[in-house]
Design a protein around this ligand. Structure first.
Ligand code: FAD
Length: 498
């Protein structure tokens, strides 16, 4: 596949209907949508290939996705192909995961959530009793209802403007925002709904799907578990990278120009158009920022005032991710495995209040080779092992070794497995590497944190009144981070553009 359109064959100066800065999932999706209405679209990407955080790499027969691993709502991808009357299955495929995740607790008990609802209920009953099973049923019904009443509307539409805030459509939603479950924290809601502390931990963890603190974020986010459990978790055939590979193929087929290894500065013009200079010179009627808005204000638009204005907003978590090639691995493991810390509240207080590396964080181990055998040589496993860290806090070598010791101890106790002896190869991502690779400010995975009810409203919108014809999509702006949300943001932006 060709990722770089040769710069030499570009005219010295050209005019585009739309220029998109950033070739991650959101940039690609907005380009595909807008190409329906605009003829000349240029997508500018700083890396040698597009895809953003959905990148991957290989070593000796092992393959790792570097960033996202949890995949929900594949319909957001399918829509992009259907828009062009193409069969999505000819470009990209996925399968439902039989087991969406296994949660291991410090006392060595575990619960597996699976696509078979009855099986999940049995697992829950074994650990949390018949009452736990009943509470689980009720929780899912209530999060489904809340998603339908407010969640879906909020993430499918632009952030309400002051004028629209009093429209009939919106005022009818307000009563739901005043509900107790929305005003209280996700953790408080979970504690009230579940009598088992195991279940509280499982449902608190969904807050980390947007890099936020379940002890502070709104109970509205109980809707995240609805998306994974009620709607289902999926595995993309070929791994997460296959998602963006399919979008790049479609983008090229429909005539979007993708320019990789390219960085530019964007200059607003008096007639509300923009000029672009740097590795390519061009003019355009409209610009879409599909990168972190902080990096855009700092490096691309060079507006220090805007950058300073948004700097104060608390960031979501970053991560320390180990990519390990395992000679054997753990045969009991599924695709997604979580090892909970002993004291979950302390962990989040360290990450968000003290903004320091947690002493004993929860560990997430993702092994794509369990579902996709080609991702590791026969008998081996490709581990993506992640702990959350505060944005902008760099784990040093001592912390990395401490984490390895902690994980090794846990796996020895749980499976009598010797971690260090089994690792054939190691690489890692941390906040500096994430920032360098994708331009994410402080290496935050999901842009600003959503640690209060108002944080979703305070998030950067899809436009900026100071800059007409400039639009924003992607993980740092409304409606937020995570693949389903950045694809929705691309849709919102494409509908906002007249
Ligand atoms: C370790 C990790 C785990 C994650 N886990 C999940 C998960 O399990 N599920 C999930 O849904 N989400 C997950 N996420 C979040 C998800 O990856 C993001 O929300 C999503 O990929 C963001 O897409 P985007 O298009 O907004 O931005 P990005 O993917 O960051 O793309 C931005 C692009 O812009 C380019 N760029 C930056 N600066 C410039 C510039 N100056 N000029 C030109 N191009 C530039 C970058 O190179 C990049 O290609 C995870 C992220 C990480 C890092």
């Amino acid at each position: 596949m060709k990722f770089t359109t040769e710069r030499e064959i570009m005219p010295k100066f050209d005019h585009y209907d739309v220029i998109i800065v950033g070739g991650g999932a959101s940039g690609l999706a907005s380009a595909i949508r807008l190409k329906k209405r605009f003829n000349k679209i240029l997508l500018i990407e700083k890396n040698p290939r597009a895809g953003g955080k959905l990148d991957d790499f290989e070593w000796n027969g092992y393959r790792w996705d570097k960033g996202p691993s949890v995949f929900t709502e594949p319909n957001n991808i399918d829509q992009l192909f259907e828009l062009w009357d193409k069969n999505p299955r000819e470009y990209f495929n996925f399968e439902p995961l039989d087991e969406s995740c296994t949660y291991y607790f410090p006392d060595h008990s575990s619960i597996t959530l699976s696509s078979d609802y009855e099986k999940t209920r049995e697992q829950i009953a074994a650990v949390a009793g018949a009452k736990g099973r009943e509470e689980f049923d009720n929780y899912l019904k209530e999060s489904d209802a809340l998603f339908g009443k407010v969640g879906d509307y909020f993430i499918s539409n632009p952030r309400p403007t002051a004028r629209k805030a009093f429209s009939k459509e919106l005022t009818s939603k307000y009563k739901h925002f005043l509900r107790k479950e929305v005003r209280q924290s996700l953790h408080t809601l979970n504690e009230r709904r579940f009598s088992s502390e195991y279940m509280v931990k499982i449902f608190d963890r969904f807050g980390t799907y947007i890099g936020s603190n379940p002890y502070r974020m709104s109970g509205l986010y109980s809707t995240i578990s609805h998306v994974e459990i009620n709607k289902g978790a999926y595995f993309p055939i070929g791994g997460m990278r296959a998602i963006v590979e399919s979008l790049i193929t479609l983008a090229e087929e429909i005539g979007i120009e993708i320019l990789c290894d390219t960085q530019v500065t964007v200059h607003p013009q008096p007639d509300k158009s923009y000029r672009v200079s740097g590795d390519v010179e061009a003019s355009t009627d409209k610009v879409i920022c599909a990168i972190d808005h902080m990096t855009f204000y700092n490096k691309v638009l060079v507006d220090g005032k805007m950058e300073n204005r948004w700097r104060k907003i608390e960031r979501s978590t970053s991560a320390l991710v180990f990519y390990w090639a395992m000679k054997q691995g753990v045969k009991e493991f599924g695709v997604h495995n979580i090892f909970f810390s002993e004291d979950y509240q302390k962990e989040f207080s360290e990450l968000f209040d003290q903004k320091r590396l947690a002493d004993e964080p929860t560990v997430y181990i993702h092994i794509s080779s369990v579902a996709h055998k080609e991702d590791a040589p026969e008998g081996g496993q490709n581990w993506f092992t992640m702990v959350n860290v505060p944005a902008g806090v760099l784990p040093d070598e001592a912390y990395r070794e401490k984490m390895k010791d902690m994980i090794a101890k846990r796996l020895k106790e749980q499976f009598d497995y010797s971690l260090r002896e089994d690792i054939l190869f190691e690489d890692w991502w941390d906040c500096d590497r994430i920032q360098e690779h994708s331009g994410s400010y402080m290496g935050a995975l999901y842009g600003p944190a959503s640690n209060s009810l108002l944080s979703s409203i305070k998030r950067h919108g899809n436009t900026n009144a100071k800059y007409p014809n400039l639009y924003f999509c992607g993980g740092t702006v409304h409606p937020g981070g995570g693949i389903p949300l950045v694809l929705r943001s691309a849709k919102i932006v494409s509908e906002l553009i007249p």
